[in-house]
Design a protein around this ligand. Structure first.
Ligand code: GUN
Length: 295
């Protein structure tokens, strides 16, 4: 069993991104990312802190905007309009999920698609479906694809089962892996999407050469779900109570790691698997946005 080291691959991606940032800086341009957090969800606060830290480490400009949960829809839309027009900002990310009174779709479509580094705007969703190389692709599935490529895992012709159908992970993951890759890597797979209404999930996932778990519930897939020799990518980042830790919790994935790992040919750990990749791809997308907006 091979443990896929997300931290190491993320460091590789960040090195490539740093070189592109240095090239922009030589032209007097600093890529800028705005991260908007509405409300006080502790997991979201941790993600936003991490994004801010990584921006600083790479020498990017970052604007962290933390708004109270009581912020109105109109205030959020006005902020997005302001960021769309700000020449120092090349990427805009509004942390999901927002508080219930915010219409997330309205916020998503207000973001300039050229600054939509999350890849959630309908223009970018359509571009991904159309295999247009100028699409901004959501960071988590992009990171999963990059992990498969870095680990030398062949996707062409492989049976992939994606568990989860969200706009953030499941749907774009399926589109990426099924894309015609014209000799490239990380595509041309036979993809099935399973979800909470799938009948006999274990029978479906057992067919897979590659399982991508994006369910959002700890230990959702066990040994019965996985074929001997399969590759498993665990997208889950779940907090479970653990009084023995300083914080009182620890992070676990969607996979029952101890049960599944012995059956796998390769698996990602949590933490240290997909998590670091998401941030690395966000930085890369932001630099891509900056390169295009300043070309
Ligand atoms: N919440 C969890 N993952 C993400 C992400 O990739 N982008 C945004 N905006 N919110 C998230």
């Amino acid at each position: 069993m091979k443990l896929i080291d997300g931290k190491a691959v993320a460091a590789e991606v960040e090195l490539e991104t740093k070189a592109r940032i240095d090239a922009l800086k030589a032209r007097g341009i600093t890529p800028g990312l705005a991260v908007v957090l509405i409300g006080e969800d502790p997991a979201s606060q941790a993600y936003v802190r991490n994004k801010d830290k990584t921006c600083a480490a790479l020498g990017m400009h970052s604007r962290k905007i933390e708004l109270p949960a009581s912020t109105s829809q109109e205030e959020v839309l006005n902020l997005v309009t302001e960021l769309n027009a700000d020449p120092a900002i090349h990427g805009i990310l509004v942390q999901s999920p927002p508080p219930k009174h915010i219409d997330e779709h309205a916020v998503t479509i207000a973001i300039d698609p050229r600054k939509d580094v999350d890849g959630f705007h309908p223009v970018n969703v359509a571009k991904l479906a159309m295999e247009d190389p100028t699409a901004f692709v959501p960071c988590t599935p992009l990171g999963c694809q990059r992990l498969l490529i870095a680990a030398g895992i062949e996707t062409s012709g492989a049976e992939v089962v994606v568990v989860g159908r969200s706009l953030i992970v499941g749907k774009p993951m399926a589109l990426l892996l099924m894309a015609r890759n014209n000799g490239g890597k990380g595509g041309d797979a036979t993809v099935t999407i399973a979800h909470s209404r799938t009948k006999d999930l274990a029978a479906v996932t057992r067919r897979a050469d590659i399982v991508i778990a994006a369910i959002g519930r700890p230990k959702s897939l066990g040994a019965d779900h996985i074929k001997e020799g399969a590759v498993v990518i665990d997208v889950g980042i779940n907090r479970v109570a653990d009084p023995s830790t300083k914080s009182g919790y620890r992070l676990v994935g969607d996979i029952d790691f101890d049960a599944v790992a012995p059956k796998c040919s390769a698996i990602t750990p949590v933490p240290g698997g997909v998590g670091p990749m998401t941030i690395a791809m966000l930085m890369s997308n932001t630099v891509t946005a900056c390169e295009r907006l300043t070309a």
